[in-house]
Design a protein around this ligand. Sequence first.
Ligand code: GAR
Length: 196
Amino acid sequence: MSEVPVRLIVLASGSGSTLQAILEAAAEDDFPARVVAAGTDRPGCLAMKRAADAGVPTFSVALADYPDRAAWDEALATAIAEFDPQLVVLAGFMRVIAAGTVARYRTINTHPSLLPSFPGAHALADALAAGVRVSGVTVHWVDAGLDSGPIIAQAPVQVLADDTEDTLRERVQTIEKPLYVSTIRQLCHSLEERTS
Ligand code: GAR
């Protein structure tokens, strides 16, 4: 079997605690992947600082810097191509990626609900507003839609009667990080086997 680690790009828009968990896992000797770059649509976000602190190259592609969405889509695809990844990992990246880019690169996402319930940027608030007593986490392949694409793994999280968005987020993210890291590990092992 190939011993060359799988090349990951992680895209993030926010605080980057999910990226941090991936960086820490990838620092372990037996992890089958390494993070070759981290990218964002929000220059200056904490996620990029975490990547830089870990010695990982970063790039920013801010929508406001491009005349239209198509130009931004192309700039993001160009930035990704520069690092020739085998897997693109979304970790709180809050924009939909162009169909051509997700067709070109295997891309996965983690989302804080049991999809197909509560897609979008307000999954936790939407779950609380709906009054569900169980929500959770979904790891899925990314297609051209919003939090759509084939589901790879899911885990349930209980919603308590007195939960706020913050308390639910904390409980969800406690489950989400190990689920995402172990899913990435499994996918990268199978990518290694395919390239051996
Ligand atoms: C994660 O909980 C992730 O599931 C969510 O953003 C959070 C990022 O947190 N993603 C989505 O909602 C995607 N639709 P972080 O910035 O602390 O890693």
